[in-house]
Design a protein around this ligand. Structure first.
Ligand code: 5GP
Length: 207
């Protein structure tokens, strides 16, 4: 019998807001028990129903900046005027517990992690990292979807659509790309990526 220890997976998913990313990630986490959401830090205030330590670790600006100075973040970025970041220890503790990690991060955060992967000290991260960009079928469909949710004002929707146009310019930096036209088909694509990555063999220069 070949003795192969499965490597942990670090799945970074980026998508403009309103693309269906949360639904897809929730399905993934419920189908694959080893996959855990990474709880990020943010300086934005909790929304109704959000719980500190569950949805995010809610930090004030000073606490967030102190964590940056300590080098505690694997990546951090400003999104919609607030800071967001993934703590190194969140990912490393999950790996140590034999879990895979799902990160919902913006395009800047994904780019920062890709840069880190070039460092020889980050070989485990390099092998674990899988980045997926989820896109709406079109800007018009995104606009219609955000309006249909009835959650945001016209002004907020206009800002999100504008932001989506900027984020969409980064799709080709990702290894995988899914256009979320039909949810079931998109989910099939996402779970197929995970299954294929679990079966990936690394060449001796990558191992
Ligand atoms: P929201 O405030 O709606 O929960 O998230 C807003 C945006 O922040 C989303 O695009 C999400 O992907 C991004 N985001 C959430 N957590 C992180 C994080 O830890 N790092 C980065 N870079 N972006 C994040």
């Amino acid at each position: 019998m070949i003795n192969v220890k499965p490597r942990p997976l670090l799945l970074a998913i980026s998508a403009p807001s309103g693309t269906g990313k949360t639904t897809l990630c929730d399905r993934l986490v419920s189908e694959f028990p080893s996959m855990k959401y990474s709880v990020s830090c943010t300086t934005r205030s909790p929304r109704d129903g959000e719980i500190d330590g569950v949805d995010y670790l809610f930090l004030d600006e000073a606490a967030f900046v102190a964590r940056i100075a300590e080098g505690a973040f694997l990546e951090h970025a400003s999104v919609h005027g607030y800071r967001y970041g993934t703590l190194r220890e969140t990912v490393l503790d999950a790996f140590a517990a034999g879990q895979d990690v799902v990160m919902d991060i913006d395009v800047q955060g994904a780019e920062q992690i890709r840069t880190l992967l070039h460092e020889p000290a980050n070989r485990e991260l390099q092998r674990a990292f899988i980045d997926v960009f989820i896109a709406p079928p079109s800007i018009e469909s995104l606009n219609a979807r955000l309006k249909g949710r009835g959650k945001d004002s016209d002004e907020v929707i206009a800002r999100r659509v504008q932001q989506a146009e900027v984020e969409l310019q980064h799709w080709s930096s990702y290894r995988y790309f899914i256009i979320n036209d039909r949810l079931d088909a998109s989910y099939d694509a996402l779970r197929s990526i995970i299954i294929a990555e679990r079966h990936r063999i690394f060449s001796s220069s990558e191992a």
